[in-house]
Design a protein around this ligand. Structure first.
Ligand code: ARG
Length: 234
């Protein structure tokens, strides 16, 4: 068997989909490749509070919860919304952030509301709440096609090349892609109150209470505000 050194800290594995700046993305500056962002800073804070080391595994968003359920990760942190559907298979901590959906389209295309997407091809992230919301909306809208894709970067690319006319992405993330040179614009959709973020844990996880305590401290100490500023005021 394995011998464990007393000095070796326990390690928690975080599964994420690092296509979501400023929450989690690859920082490749200076020849390195590191996953950084607000979620990573929060996870680092929680790990420190609990007294464990942190390991991050990057995968497609759609694979996150299956990999948690298969014990390939201890928790999922990926700007993930605690929906009733997901709560059937995993547990969620208290929420730590709130976002809104926005339409990303070519500049000047005047796609400002869901109804404007009639006859359009609309891309969403596979397995996301955007997929559920937009597929539901599309039932009432004439000839609106919804295409789910794995990575947020692919969504944006489809809009830039014109293979899709719009992408539905959360505002804080979309902002990072709607940069000059991309010739894109974003138009906010009405707030459906369904975009809170929380951390997913296996049902019955012994870590749940510790995570919530750390999140409480993160909020009350002002550290969350500090980290949010750090990642949003860039
Ligand atoms: N909040 C949405 C959801 O829970 C989108 C999250 C996408 N996150 C990501 N890292 N790509 O489905």
């Amino acid at each position: 068997g394995q011998t464990e050194k007393a000095s070796t800290k326990e390690k928690l594995v975080m599964a994420t989909s690092a296509d979501y700046p400023p929450y989690e993305f690859h920082d490749t500056s200076g020849g390195k490749d590191e996953i950084v962002g607000l979620d990573v800073d929060i996870a680092t804070y929680i790990a420190k509070e609990i007294g464990v080391d942190l390991e991050i595994k990057d995968m497609d968003f759609n694979g996150l919860l299956p990999s948690l359920q298969a014990n390939r990760a201890d928790f999922v942190m990926a700007g993930m919304t605690p929906t009733e559907e997901r709560k059937k298979s995993v547990a969620f901590t208290d929420t730590y952030y709130e976002a809104k959906n926005t339409i990303v389209a070519k500049a000047g295309s005047h796609l400002t509301k869901m109804e404007d997407l009639a006859g359009k091809n609309v891309v969403v992230q596979l397995g996301s709440t955007q997929q559920t919301t937009v597929e539901e909306a599309a039932k009432q809208i004439k000839d609106m096609k919804v295409t789910p894709l794995n990575k947020i970067g692919d969504l944006v690319q489809e809009v830039i090349t014109g293979r899709a006319q719009a992408a539905i992405i959360e505002d804080t993330v979309a902002k990072g892609y709607v940069v000059s040179g991309n010739h894109l614009e974003m138009n906010p959709l009405p707030d459906n109150g369904e975009n809170a973020y929380a951390i997913a844990l296996p049902i019955g996880s012994p870590n749940a209470e510790k995570f919530n305590q750390a999140i409480k401290k993160l909020k009350e100490s002002g550290e969350l505000d500090k980290l949010t500023k750090k990642w949003f005021d860039k």
